[in-house]
Design a binder for this molecule. Sequence first.
Ligand code: GAR
Length: 220
Amino acid sequence: MTEGRRKRVCVLISGRGSNMEALIAAARRPECPYEIVGVISNRPDAGGLETAAREGIATTVIDHRKFDSREAFEEVLHETLLVFAADLVACAGFMRIMTAGFTSRWEGRMLNIHPSLLPLYRGLHTHQRALEDGVRIHGCTVHFVTADLDGGPIIIQAAVPVLPDDTPDTLATRVLRQEHRIFPRALELVASGRIRLENGRTVGTWTADPEIAVVSPSLD
Ligand code: GAR
């Protein structure tokens, strides 16, 4: 599937790191075109740090509160990614807004998972906002990171039906299960070169079952 060596991936986290875990688990397969070489957190108390260490993966904390500016924080982040010799960067619940200077340095090589069907519900509290709007189908998206917050070209999405008695938490739990499926897949597609960012658009080849649709409420 992949030409040559496996792509080196650094995962950026701020919290519990369940998406990071899904990426680590997927990378254990011998045919996986990427390996996770490091985990970087901007928060010293991120739960995902312990999980990563338990998995034998190098971890680094770059505490954003110790820097005077976003740029100064990002300079150290960039240098750290270079030390890890990262080919690709996976933002897995990394809750920092990035400057255009930083995103342009990693353009086409940095992916983010977001808990909504973008371009709907950029930003925070996506599940609550979806419930307030009364949508019947919600979901998650992996996209290339650009200077446009949560607005970069889409790589993969999963749709999740909204149920009548859903709360933000129950909906989040079902969306998260799909996040854990699509993030490793997106990374695999990019690491293997089947999907790439070109002139501001996602291009490449992929397959999808043309007969599958999520209908909610169901038709029967
Ligand atoms: C995930 O739901 C992810 O989509 C979201 O944070 C959660 C992190 O969970 N990311 C964002 O909201 C980014 N805008 P995790 O730490 O268990 O992977």
